[in-house]
Design a binder for this molecule. Sequence first.
Ligand code: HEM
Length: 510
Amino acid sequence: MLTVDSQHCFSFILLCFFSLLCYSLLFKKLKDSHVGRDLLQSPPSLPIIGHLHHLLSSLAHKSLQQLSSKYGPLLHLSIFNFPVVLVSSASVAYEIFKAHDLNISSRDNPPINESLLVGSSVFVGAPYGDYWKFMKKLLVTKLLGPQALERSRSIRADELERFYRSLLDKAMKKESVEIGKEATKLSINSICRMSMGRSFSEESGEAERVRGLVTELDGLTKKVLLVNILRWPLEKLRISLFKKEIMYVSNSFDELLERIIVEREKKPNEHQGTYLMDVLLEAYEDEKAEHKITRNHIKSLFVELLLGGTDTSAQTIQWTMAELINNRNVLKRLREEIDSVVGETRLIQEKDLPKLPYLQSVVKEGLRLHPPLPLMVRTFQRSCEMKGFYIAEKTTLVVNAYAVMRDPTTWEDPDEFKPERFLRQEEERRALKHIAFGSGRRGCPGSNLATIFIGTAIGTMVQCFDLSIKGDKVKMDEVGGLNLTMAHPLECILVPRTQPFISNQQIPSL
Ligand code: HEM
């Protein structure tokens, strides 16, 4: 097995050219059962690598958006002869998620079996089947469903207050605040306490280490996507792409999570049945459990929760605050709503969110313009027809959520930050134009939690502080990667606009 890392990537691509030339001469295309049927339109491509260069481009979602605005919302791409269907409009996304949901409810695991990030133990990449159903049920009942969220409300209230106090402290010292960093702390601490009953210690440096690993993992997402999409040709050629980098981050998480698991195993009765971590450990030790799980299954799930649940919310908080700073009229209206509903004597909390429709619209609009995961990848399990076109089994599906949510045929002024659109038009609220959380049975199970994180964090900053930045406007450039990240992370000086609040937790009637 050949292992390739980033510095050798260019030579690797050259090698691939030659190897795949031989490969495509020696092996037949996947299947020819579509002969005589209508095939999707395919934009011009390069020899052998096909459309791979669009996915390798620094902003893949934009490169694919340009392709679709020129050639149409439903396209056939090929990568080394392996078929990919690209969806870029709300109407096609609607059809695919409604009519083909079961058929596209799997993603294919890439073949670094031993890795916690992309190996055989992952949940996000697990095929739709018994293991996925077992884990999804636990995730919903123990962490992300409405009743679980109700039970963990006081943890989030506590962490929101810690977030507020940290901002207040920096405001008093006139220190600039990196909004993304503060938001990451809020979401990591909340998710860890909600799922394991503990957060990582700041004093021992453990918390900083975890944030560092989440950032490294974030930087790996594009490589992970490539490994995913190139899975079949790489397997045939027995090449393992980016293995060293992926295994380094995977091993670091492994070490950290093993320590936590051993700690808990020493005190088996301390949290029995309370947290997701303990329920999983009970299932791991129970010979008769509904589904036999391994230690790696538990570790992989926690790595996925840390990545999928924390950076996504933190990025959205950062982008949306940047939009508010650049659109002062929206900020003014939002502040008026919060002042009139929450007042100036206590800190906003999540129970206020249903009474704050404009804040909810601001969150939706932030996610519409800046979806943290702009490309969603699935696999067609069986061959099917879509809009009269034939799609072969095992075709990779890429839904460009970024293009769908800026599609000028369905959104008025698609590139403008206009939260009112969600208040004004009933039609705008309908699902599937807004697909920041995906859709169907593999859609994001953390959407309610994410909406709470984003709504309360933005609400706190708008309610409690005036924000200023260097220069007139925040620069809104995106940086390459699979996640939609700000090229110039948002830094603000905060000035308190309310008297410091006493703790919400001490007000029993709230
Ligand atoms: C702004 C925040 C978030 C965004 C935009 C987001 C977006 C997404 C998207 C686009 C998917 C893939 C959906 C699809 O293929 O249809 C996904 C899957 C997932 N998300 Fe989220 N997410 C967010 C926050 C969270 C949170 C807070 C959690 C949990 C703590 C979470 C856990 C997951 C999991 C476990 C999956 C995999 C689901 C499966 O494969 O069945 N996400 N998310």
